[in-house]
Write a protein that binds this ligand. Structure first.
Ligand code: 13P
Length: 293
C-alpha cells in the first residue's frame, strides 16, 4: 500500500526504532526491496534521487512502476515513494507525478531562502497529502574524488525549520554519503542530543547509512533518528554479486552454455538476492521488522 511517510515515522520515533529508506535504481531493486519488506512485515521507504529518476525515464515512470509493482506483488506493508535530495523544481514535479513523499534539500541555499522555499513546498505537499522532509546542515560525501566531512547542523536552525510543519528533518551530525574515509571521526552524539531537544520530537533522518558501525546506528536511533537512508551498501553488494557471477564464467556465450546464463533474468538474479539480504540485515538492525500493522 503506497502511503506518505508521516505516520510510519511518528510510530518509529515513539517506538524507538527506525524505518529504512532504500534507494531504487531500476525494477530489480524495487522488486527486491518490496518483497523483503513484505516478508519481514516492515514498513519501508523507497528513495529516488533525481538522477535515478532520470535514468529510469522520469518521475512519472517511477511512480507508475512502483504503484504497479506494489499492487501486482500483493504488497500489504506501508510503502512510501520518496524523492531523495529534491530540488525545488523536482519536488514540485514529484508532487504532480504521484510520489507520496518528498525531500526538499535547500541546505546549500542561504538559510532564509531554504526557509522560504521549504515553507512553500510544505503547503503544496500537505495540500496533496504528501509528507515532506527538509534539510539543515549539508551532508558531506565524496564528489570527484574529494571527500568532505559532514556538516553538523545548528540546533537553532533545526528548530526554526521544524516549526514550519515539515514531517521529518535531515540534520547533519557528521554523517556523509558514500564510503566513509578511514579517518572519519564518527557521529556527533552531543549535536544529536541538542538537535533532538531543540526540535521537540520531530522524527530525524540519518543520511549516509552505509558504513556507520552498528553500535552508532543503535545509539542514533535511541537519540531520535527515525529514518535511515541506505544506498551505497546496496550498490556494493549488487555489483559484487554480479562480478562474482561473471567471473565464474556463468554469463559466457558459449555454445555449450545450456543454462543461457547471459539471460538478464539470470545475470541480475545474484545481485537481486544480494540486495534482499542487505535490506533484511538493515531492517533487523533498525528494528523495523514486524512493525507494519
Ligand atoms: P549512502 O549511499 O551512504 O548509503 O547514503 C544514502 C543516502 O543518504 C541517500 O540520501
Amino acid at each position: 500500500m503506497l502511503v506518505n511517510a508521516t505516520r510510519m515515522l511518528k510510530k518509529a520515533h515513539e517506538g524507538h526504532y527506525a524505518v529504512g529508506q532504500f534507494n531504487i535504481n531500476n525494477l530489480e531493486w524495487t522488486k527486491a526491496i518490496l518483497l523483503t519488506a513484505e516478508e519481514l512485515k516492515s514498513p519501508v521507504i523507497l528513495g529516488v534521487s533525481e538522477g535515478a529518476a532520470k535514468y529510469m525515464g522520469g518521475f512519472e515512470v517511477v511512480a507508475a512502476m512502483v504503484k504497479a509493482l506494489d499492487h501486482s506483488l500483493g504488497i500489504t506493508v506501508p510503502v512510501a515513494l520518496h524523492l531523495d535530495h529534491g530540488t525545488y523544481e523536482g519536488a514540485k514535479k514529484c508532487i504532480e507525478a504521484g510520489f507520496t513523499s518528498i525531500m526538499f534539500d535547500g541546505s546549500h541555499f542561504p538559510f532564509e531562502e531554504n526557509l522560504a522555499k521549504t515553507t512553500e513546498l510544505v503547503n503544496l505537499a500537505h495540500d496533496k497529502g504528501l509528507s515532506i522532509e527538509a534539510e539543515v546542515g549539508a551532508i558531506g560525501g565524496t564528489e570527484d574524488g574529494v571527500t568532505a566531512d559532514g556538516e553538523v547542523a545548528d540546533p537553532a536552525e533545526c528548530k526554526t525549520i521544524a516549526s514550519l510543519g515539515v514531517d521529518f528533518l535531515a540534520a547533519g551530525i557528521g554523517n556523509i554519503h558514500g564510503i566513509y574515509p578511514t579517518d572519519w571521526k564518527g557521529l556527533h552524539f552531543d549535536a544529536l542530543e541538542a538537535i533532538s531537544k531543540a526540535t521537540g520530537g520531530i522524527p530525524l533522518v540519518l543520511h549516509g547509512g552505509t558504513g556507520i558501525p552498528d553500535d552508532q546506528i543503535r545509539h542514533a536511533i535511541k537519540d531520535g533518528m527515525s529514518k535511515i537512508n541506505v544506498n551505497t551498501d546496496c550498490q556494493l553488494v549488487f555489483a559484487q554479486a554480479t562480478i562474482d557471477y561473471c567471473a565464474a564464467g556463468k554469463a559466457n556465450p558459449t555454445a555449450d552454455n545450456e543454462s543461457k546464463g547471459y539471460d538478464p533474468r539470470k545475470l541480475l538474479k545474484p545481485g537481486f538476492l544480494a540486495i534482499q539480504a542487505k535490506v533484511k540485515e538493515k531492517m533487523e538492525l533498525f528494528g523495523s521488522v514486524g512493525k507494519a500493522e
